[in-house]
Design a protein around this ligand. Structure first.
Ligand code: FES
Ligand code: FES
Length: 191
């Protein structure tokens, strides 16, 4: 059965007719040409397809497109524009602070998981700021986003290149107040 839905995707209103069995991931990639969400496992195991829906991170491969009628969907392509719309700070080159941090910290190798990692980190930092608990702490915790906290909160995003050390550093850099952000030097980023 087909049905018509309307979503805002990366700030643009998109209307399309989809089979009710179509996933949000397939609607984005195959119907709308939005290819930053990646199809890794296609069954909720890797996080490569992560997007924000209503500000919360969701696995688009497990989300039916029809459930997103009227939703505000943001992918890695639209993060910077969404941040600017909300009055948030952008960095050199008009990047979202999390995107900038991934570059600064050399937090990727092949890059296949990176759009999902970046979107997940943005959603996770918002969850953390709201005091959302994790299995490591029951709230924001006095220790803040230490390595264990970041690893737990990002555990839904796998990296087959195992760039985890620098991914954690990037998330911690992005989490720091803008005035405290210091880009690592080349040697620090490479460690
Ligand atoms: Fe969605 Fe792997 S493609 S979790
Ligand atoms: Fe290659 Fe993560 S950078 S899968």
């Amino acid at each position: 059965m087909d049905t018509e839905i309307t979503m805002r995707v990366d700030g643009a209103r998109r209307r399309l007719t989809v089979d009710t069995r179509t996933t949000l991931l397939d609607a984005l990639r195959e119907r709308l040409g939005v290819t930053s969400p990646k199809k890794g496992c296609d069954h909720g195991q890797c996080g490569a397809c992560t997007v924000l829906s209503g500000g919360r991170r969701v696995l688009s491969c497990l989300t039916l497109a029809v459930t997103q009628d009227g939703a505000e969907v943001v992918t890695a392509e639209g993060l910077a524009a969404a941040e600017a719309t909300e009055g948030g700070p952008l960095t050199d080159g008009g990047l979202h602070p999390v995107q900038r941090a991934f570059i600064d910290c050399d937090a990727f190798q092949c890059g296949y998981c990176t759009p999902g990692q970046v979107v997940s980190a943005v959603g996770m930092l918002q969850e953390f700021a709201r005091g959302g608990p994790s299995a490591v702490t029951r709230g924001t915790g006095a220790a803040g986003l230490d390595r264990a906290e970041v690893a737990e909160r990002m555990s839904g995003n796998l990296c087959r290149c195992a760039a985890y050390v620098n991914i954690v550093r990037a998330v911690q850099q992005a989490a720091a107040p803008a005035t405290d952000r210091q880009r690592p030097t080349g040697s620090e980023a490479a460690r």
